[in-house]
Design a protein around this ligand. Structure first.
Ligand SMILES: [Zn+2]
Length: 199
C-alpha cells in the first residue's frame, strides 16, 4: 500500500533513522509533521539546522557550546575547575546539573566502553581526559552509570590515572545497580554525589 504513496514511504524511512523513536510511534510522528502548519514546520526545520550549524562540542569538556563563544563551564570562575565529574553522555551531565549541588566542572566521555558494540576507549574522550587531569586537578569523580559498561569504563579510567597524583572518587552506593543516572530523581543523584566515596 505504501508504495503507492512514495513520499509518505520516504518520510517513514527517514524517521526510522532516528534512534530512540520507537517504531510503534513512527506513524504518529509522521502524522504530527504532516498536520503541522507549514510555517511552524519551516521554523522547526530552521531551528534544527541552526542548532546543527551553531553548536559544537567543547574541546576541553566535550559539552555542547555555541561555536562563537567560550564554554561557559570551562571558563566559569564560580566553578571549581580542579574537580572534574566524568559522565558518559550529555544527558547525565544535565541530570547532575539539575541537582544544583555540584560546583565543579565536567568531562563528557561520549558513551561507555562496550566491545560488543565496537566501542573501545579510543572511541571515547578518555585520552583528552587523562591529559586534562595530568595538567593538574584535585579530584576526579567517576560518575559513569552503574551498569557493567559504566563500571568497566570507570575501572579503565582509574587504571589510566594510577600514576597521576589525584583523588579519584565515585558515586555513593545509593545508586541502584544497573541503573542509568539520566532516569534517577534529583535527590538520589544529589545524595550519591555528595556522599561520594574513594574509587
Ligand atoms: Zn567546556
Amino acid at each position: 500500500m505504501l508504495s503507492e504513496v512514495p513520499s509518505f514511504n520516504q518520510l517513514l524511512k527517514l524517521l526510522q533513522q532516528v534512534p530512540y523513536l520507537a517504531s510503534k510511534n513512527l506513524y504518529r510522528v509522521a502524522f504530527h509533521f504532516l498536520m503541522m502548519d507549514p510555517r511552524n514546520l519551516e521554523q522547526f526545520c530552521k531551528v534544527l539546522l541552526q542548532a546543527k550549524h551553531n553548536l559544537e562540542q567543547c574541546s576541553n569538556c566535550f559539552n555542547w557550546k555555541e561555536k562563537d563563544r567560550t564554554c561557559s563551564l570551562c571558563s566559569s570562575a564560580k566553578r571549581d575547575q580542579a574537580i572534574i565529574c566524568v559522565v558518559e553522555t550529555w544527558q547525565e551531565f544535565l541530570t547532575i546539573e539539575k541537582t544544583g549541588g555540584y560546583e565543579g566542572v565536567y568531562h563528557v566521555l561520549g558513551g561507555a566502553i562496550c566491545p560488543l558494540e565496537g566501542i573501545g576507549p579510543e572511541q571515547l574522550t578518555i585520552e583528552p581526559l587523562i591529559a586534562r587531569v595530568q595538567r593538574g586537578v584535585r579530584e576526579v569523580i567517576l560518575a559513569t552509570n552503574q551498569t557493567p559498561e559504566g563500571e568497566a569504563t570507570a575501572a579503565y579510567i582509574a587504571s589510566k590515572l594510577k600514576n597521576v597524583e589525584v583523588k579519584i572518587s565515585c558515586l555513593a552506593r545509593g545508586v541502584p545497580v544497573g541503573s542509568s543516572l539520566e532516569f534517577m530523581d534529583r535527590l538520589t543523584v544529589y545524595k550519591a554525589l555528595s556522599e561520594r566515596r574513594p574509587f
